[in-house]
Design a protein around this ligand. Structure first.
Ligand code: SAM
Length: 198
């Protein structure tokens, strides 16, 4: 399934402008494997919301790697949701749904065990979009680059106002075999008093 998804990204994904042609030679390491390592942080049977999923990264990869998950792909642009619906149908991802919406439109109506994102917004804005969707015992998992620690420092007031615990910075995929270079950096944020907040 991952190979079929890679072929769809390299074919229609490029033709329809969802992924740059220069990304094709590095699709596996920089996109698919880079996203797949996130699966180790997601609990069994969790509901996952991937905000700003674009062409399905990391959401489609998680749905392929972890058929136990229920994955909701949230993306405002129709051109992208059309592609995502085609991918979900073609791969037969029965527990994966596509929602054409901005994150803020789901506030107050939806909650998820895990809210993921990659390359969507700086941490302060991402927290405001994501935390209202995180269930009381859930977590935000934001894939970030080398600026993760600096972004956390910038988000100090936002973390306090929202009632979040201190974020953790995790480095994934650094071990053998198949060492990722650079590893995937993930910022994990849970509520203060994790599991207690109603
Ligand atoms: C740079 S792309 C990243 C796409 C994908 N996550 C990846 O890593 O390849 C950012 C995506 O966030 C989406 N986006 C922007 N504002 C959003 C919002 N308020 N709620 C949800 N998605 C949003 C954009 O439409 C775009 O697809």
């Amino acid at each position: 399934m991952a190979e079929r998804y890679a072929a769809l990204l390299a074919g229609d994904g490029v033709i329809r402008g969802l992924i740059g042609p220069r990304e094709v030679p590095r699709l596996w390491e920089r996109h698919l494997v880079n996203c797949a390592v996130l699966a180790e942080l997601v609990p069994e049977g969790a509901t996952v919301c991937d905000l700003g999923t674009g062409a399905g990264l990391p959401g489609i990869v998680l749905a392929i790697a972890r058929p136990d998950l229920h994955v909701t792909l949230v993306e405002p642009l129709r051109r992208r949701t059309t592609f995502l619906e085609e991918v979900v149908a073609e791969l037969g991802l029965e527990r994966c749904e596509v929602r054409r919406a901005r994150a803020e439109q789901l506030h107050g109506t939806e909650r998820f065990d895990v809210v993921t994102s990659r390359a969507v917004a700086p941490l302060p804005r991402l927290l405001a979009w994501s935390m209202p969707l995180v269930s009381p015992s859930g977590a935000l998992l934001a894939m970030k680059g080398s600026r993760a620690t600096a972004e956390i420092a910038d988000a100090g007031d936002d973390l306090r106002l929202l009632g979040c615990a201190d974020p953790e910075v995790l480095s994934l995929g650094a071990g053998e075999p198949g060492r990722l270079d650079p590893p995937t950096t993930v910022v994990r944020v849970v509520w203060q008093g994790h599991g207690v907040r109603g």
